[in-house]
Design a protein around this ligand. Structure first.
Ligand code: ADP
Ligand code: MG
Length: 331
């Protein structure tokens, strides 16, 4: 039976689905690909669930395991560059741990992801426009873990960081480091500093990073040299905590607390996006640090993009369906 979930894109959120390749280990364990990309150019994806049932989902765009970082970035690029025209923008990667969220956002040194490519393109456009507009770019890198904000660019431990409105009514975190970026050569180093700081104080880097949200904020201050007008806007790039449900053997202690906080913030994100889509009069931004931080970049005339990251393996089919269902809720 083929269920067709076809909905119009609501509001200003676009949803792209990206499926990673089967890993060597998965292949050697005999795992099979259950994702069918027929018609993926139309944004369709079909999951064969146990052979007989098939479930189809529709996205603004589907990236197959063969689509490289440059293809993926090319489709995100128009959204990214709208921050230079004064829009607040938010791009985030959602999915089970191991599906490529960090690969899409951070990438690797030789295969850079959305974060680096974004800054590279912002610098290029700033250069092209320098006769008429000057742009100041700065970045903050932070982590939200157990509903606490940690500054990943701070050189010494900071006091408790809280979200406060600034004089323009935008959310702001007093005390957070804002690193001014002068040119593209500094970018990869700053991004790596942030990324490496996630490991500090945790005994397993990968485990820790799958349980926290890693958030990069690019602040753009523009001055129009012809009119003298100044504007500021920001772009959030977010590598979310893993969306997988907790293993039954892990339901106690610190793990339980982490899992509840992740669950709470990811559902808060889903609630915010779906209440924006239904034009609800109350948008529950304050239910988590994640949504509170993203408030100015979700809703209003801001623009958002979600990457739903999935595994192709038959071994992951229930988590895959759960991620695709989350995504269809926000579309
Ligand atoms: P997550 O951040 O969601 O936990 P990762 O980004 O760490 O997942 O990806 C898990 C592994 O899969 C990494 O080794 C990564 O390099 C690899 N990977 C993910 N997506 C792709 C892709 N599109 N192409 C090639 N390798 C990928
Ligand atoms: Mg990761």
């Amino acid at each position: 039976k083929l269920h067709n979930i076809v909905q119009e894109t609501k509001g200003n959120i676009r949803v792209f689905c990206r499926c990673r390749p089967l890993s060597k280990d998965e292949v050697s364990l005999g795992q099979k690909c259950v994702v069918d990309f027929d018609g993926s150019s139309d944004g369709d994806i079909v999951i064969a669930n146990g052979g007989t049932t098939k479930k189809s989902f529709k996205f603004d765009r589907v990236f197959t395991p063969n689509d490289d970082q440059d293809i993926v970035y090319a489709d995100a690029s128009p959204l990214v560059t709208s921050v230079l025209d004064g829009y607040n923008v938010c791009i985030f990667a959602y999915g089970q741990t191991g599906t490529g969220k960090t690969f899409t956002m951070e990438g690797t040194e030789s295969n850079r992801g959305v974060n680096y490519r974004t800054l590279e393109e912002l610098f290029n456009i700033a250069e092209e426009r320098k006769e008429s507009v000057t742009y100041d770019l700065s970045v903050s890198v932070l982590e939200v873990y157990n509903e606490q904000i940690r500054d990943l660019l701070a050189t010494s431990p900071s006091k408790k960081l809280e979200i406060k409105p600034n004089s323009e009514g935008q959310n702001h975190v007093p005390g957070l480091v804002e690193a001014k970026i002068e040119n593209i050569n500094e970018v990869w180093k700053v991004l790596q500093t942030g990324s490496n700081a996630r490991a500090v104080g945790s005994n397993n880097v990968n485990e820790h990073s799958s349980r926290s949200h890693c958030m990069l904020c690019i602040m753009v201050r523009a001055k129009n040299l012809l009119t003298g007008e100044c504007t500021s806007s920001k772009l959030w790039l977010v590598d979310l905590a893993g969306s997988e449900r907790l293993a039954k053997t892990d339901v106690q202690g610190e793990r339980l607390k982490e899992a509840q906080n992740i669950n709470r913030s990811l559902s808060a994100l889903g609630d915010v996006i779906s209440s924006l889509a239904t034009k609800s009069s109350h948008i529950p931004y304050r239910n988590s640090k994640l949504t509170h931080l993203l408030q100015d970049s979700l809703g209003g005339d801001s623009k958002a993009l979600m990457f739903v990251q999935i595994s192709p393996s038959d071994n992951d089919v229930s988590e895959t369906l759960s991620s695709l269902n989350f995504a269809s809720r926000v579309r």
